[in-house]
Write a protein that binds this ligand. Structure first.
Ligand code: CA
Length: 127
């Protein structure tokens, strides 16, 4: 191997090296990885719902998300779901923020109350 070729390989290696210092890269536990993956999933779903990217999921965006996934005969059923899902605060803001969505999602997964508003996170509940 010629000296110049070796130098080239070293510089390629240098370019591929992570820029984050080793001390800043944390060792993550399986629970931590699951938590990060779940958070990424929830955040990605929220971004998909927030079509105009204004940081709020409005009733129109909720409707659109529902009708692209489930067959709906009457849009009123979807609107009723949205109105059951959101709080007064959400309505004052004009929709669901990411933080609120994360909260609702945690209720969706962990709350065993069948009347919990978060049951409407994915749309109307089939009768
Ligand atoms: Ca929006």
């Amino acid at each position: 191997m010629k000296r110049t070729e070796k130098c080239h390989r070293l510089s390629t290696y240098e370019r591929r090296r992570p820029t984050t210092p080793r001390s800043a890269r944390t060792v993550t536990t399986p629970q931590g990885l699951r938590h990060r993956a779940m958070k990424a999933f929830i955040d990605a779903h929220y971004k998909m719902m927030d079509i105009n990217n204004d940081g709020l999921v409005s009733i129109e965006e909720y409707r659109y998300n529902c009708i692209t996934r489930i067959a709906v005969d009457d849009i009123k059923v979807v609107d009723d779901s949205y109105n059951n899902l959101v709080s007064e605060e959400d309505n004052k803001r004009g929709g669901i923020t990411l933080e609120r969505y994360q909260e609702l999602y945690s209720h969706f997964l962990g709350n065993e109350n069948p009347k919990c508003p978060a049951i409407y996170l994915y749309g109307p509940i089939p009768e």
